[in-house]
Unconditional design. Structure first.
Lengths: 419, 165
């Protein structure tokens, strides 16, 4: 029986000829990742278990991104724990303030992850790297500790849902609208324990930033991983970036899928997820008069260069509506720099927005844009759970950068239309 | 291994942000974190929970973030077991890795009510509701996972393997 793309990568890393869905395997890891919130817990476990070295100093990545620059004394202590561990074990991919970025924008950008990899990260959005044709999944801190010590992890081989993409997205849509549409269609546990494999002739019309955004939110449908085939767009992106030789895997023609869902990209419309679940989707145009207090454009989902371009396209020469706080957060220092060079930062400031150093901050209600009781935000982030961005009685609407920026100008949730 | 206690009942899609809000994640200290367990959907949980009590919930329990702090605070509060219709995959993995017993059982999750007195036998997967005498059979763990649980978590089980080699 044929294997899915995910199964092929897992079989390779487990040293097996083939695997089937449901099989328990031990697989070799190419990268083990953690951040400033999950790494301290992993470091405790690592030490408690009596491990004294990491399996390979070049295959561990520690990124300080959630609460840095340190939001308070306790966060500073957590960063310090990470820093000392990274230093003690000579971790080569350690990213501190000045070098850091939001982990899932940073690792692909820096070429730390590549096609064919088997990656675990103590962050649920680790599934992002499937965009490069890697198997990549989120785990907890204990798995991170075990992965750092042994270079291995256990997995239950997932079955898969195939998303057959065709056509080309309308100009006012991006990868975010695709993944919100899919989550609205299958629900927040629609792909529980499964792979989401994206394929079809529509793939070539999706940029790498679109693919990264789509795979990023696979976890929001409960999936183990999201994955795209490796094509010219992938090769073009990886060229000159990846430090290791990519390996290209493709699904077998006779691979078995639990379900096949056809998505015509040309039929996608600007989509918004209403509180308090990502599956509560609706067309941005049909929301009526939903007044907003804050806009956040950034995060591991939508803080990449194309997202900044979208924000610039909408905000340049315009003014953020009275009473709306608009926060723009480029996801990495390289993106930040590019935004400065292209004049985007000036345009954002002139529009009345603020521009922040890279951080996950507001997305998880950490800092840099916390909501008060009764306040409402439209954000390009990934979760709109109760209390996610602040007070239990605040609300988050999820949307694309174009929709979020268009809403910043009007003060209520607004569909972006080309003028 | 087993537990017996009072039931706290929760709906579908309980996410890790309500189990332990990220605003408290500036410390890895389990006792400090546990003071805020379930705070955003049930402010009384921490005040009322006693050692051995049982959480019963619907589909997709523990969805969202990968924070291991979520199963950790539930365990640290004294909760003896979580029964749900299904678990989000990272939560499922984390619970096993840190030694928080969890069981999937749709019928039990439907029928058991808040405040009921239940006992759970983890080896057999049998759940008994002492309030009405009804019992349920949950799917037991595969042997590979049982081994991790018996060792007391993933790292302890790796250490055991190390010794045996």
């Amino acid at each position: 029986m044929g294997m899915t793309m995910t199964q092929k990568i897992l079989a390779h890393h487990a040293g097996l000829e083939s695997v089937v869905a449901g099989q328990l395997i031990n697989a070799k890891l190419d990268i083990v990742l953690g951040n400033d919130i999950t790494t301290p817990v992993a470091v405790n476990e690592f030490k408690k278990a009596g491990f004294d070295k990491v399996f390979n100093k070049d295959r561990v990545a520690i990124v300080l991104d959630h609460f840095v620059p340190n939001k308070d004394i306790k966060a500073a202590e957590q960063s310090k724990t990470c820093r000392e561990f990274a230093c003690a074990h000579c971790v080569s991919h350690f990213y501190d303030v000045g070098k850091m970025g939001i982990e899932h924008a940073l690792l692909p950008e820096q070429g730390v992850v590549t096609a064919g990899d088997c990656i675990i990260g103590a962050d649920s959005h680790t599934c992002t790297y499937g965009a490069l044709g890697a198997f990549s999944t989120g785990v907890g801190s204990t798995d991170m500790a075990a992965g750092m010590a042994t270079g291995m992890a256990w997995f239950k081989v997932p079955s898969a849902i195939k998303f057959n993409l065709s056509g080309k997205l309308p100009n006012n849509c991006s990868g975010k609208d695709v993944i919100l549409t899919i989550i609205g269609m299958i629900g927040v546990d629609g792909a529980l324990y499964k792979s989401m494999e994206f394929c079809g002739e529509g793939v070539k019309n999706l940029s790498m930033d679109d693919r990264l955004c789509i795979c990023n939110m696979a976890i929001e449908a409960g999936a183990k991983n999201g994955i795209f085939p490796v094509d010219d767009v992938t090769h073009e992106y990886m060229k000159g970036r990846t430090e290791r030789e990519p390996m290209v895997f493709a699904a077998d023609d006779d691979a078995e899928y639990e379900r096949v869902i056809d998505i015509d990209l040309s039929k996608i419309y600007p989509t918004v997820s209403k509180p308090h679940l990502p599956e509560n989707t609706a067309p941005a145009s049909e929301l009526g008069n939903v007044k907003i207090d804050q806009v956040v454009i950034g995060s591991c989902t939508n803080g990449r260069m194309e997202d900044m371009e979208a924000a610039f396209k909408v905000l340049n020469g315009k003014k953020v509506a009275e009473g709306v706080r608009c926060i723009v957060i480029p996801a990495t220092m390289q993106i930040m720099r590019e935004c400065v060079e292209r004049g985007y930062v000036t345009a954002f400031i002139d529009a009345g927005a603020v521009v922040s150093t890279p951080t996950c901050g507001p997305c998880l209600g950490g800092y840099m844009g916390i909501l008060a009781k009764g306040e409402r935000c439209i954000a390009t982030t990934n979760r709109n759970f109760v209390g996610r961005m602040g007070h239990v009685e605040s609300e988050v609407y999820l949307a694309s950068p174009l929709t979020a920026a268009a809403s910043a100008l009007t003060g209520y949730i607004t569909e972006y239309k080309e003028v | 291994m087993n537990t017996k206690g009072k039931v706290f009942k929760y709906p579908d899609n309980v996410d890790t942000d309500v189990i332990i809000p990220a605003r408290y994640l500036n410390t890895p200290n389990a006792n400090e974190l546990a003071l805020h367990c379930m705070e955003d959907i049930d402010v009384n949980f921490v005040k009322e929970v006693k050692k051995g009590d049982v959480m019963v919930a619907g589909w997709n329990f523990g969805c969202g973030s990968s924070r291991e702090h979520a199963p950790l605070v539930i365990k640290t509060c004294g909760t003896g077991c979580v029964i749900a219709k299904s678990f989000a995959r990272i939560f499922y993995r984390n619970a096993i890795n840190i030694g928080l017993p969890i069981l999937e059982c749709e019928q039990a999750a439907d029928e058991i009510q808040a405040g009921n007195e239940v006992s759970v036998d983890f080896d057999s997967g049998v759940i008994v509701n002492h309030t009405n005498g009804k019992s349920y059979q949950a799917q037991p763990f595969p042997p590979f996972i049982q081994k991790i649980i018996k060792a007391g978590g993933l790292l302890a089980s790796l250490k055991e393997e190390d010794k045996n080699e």
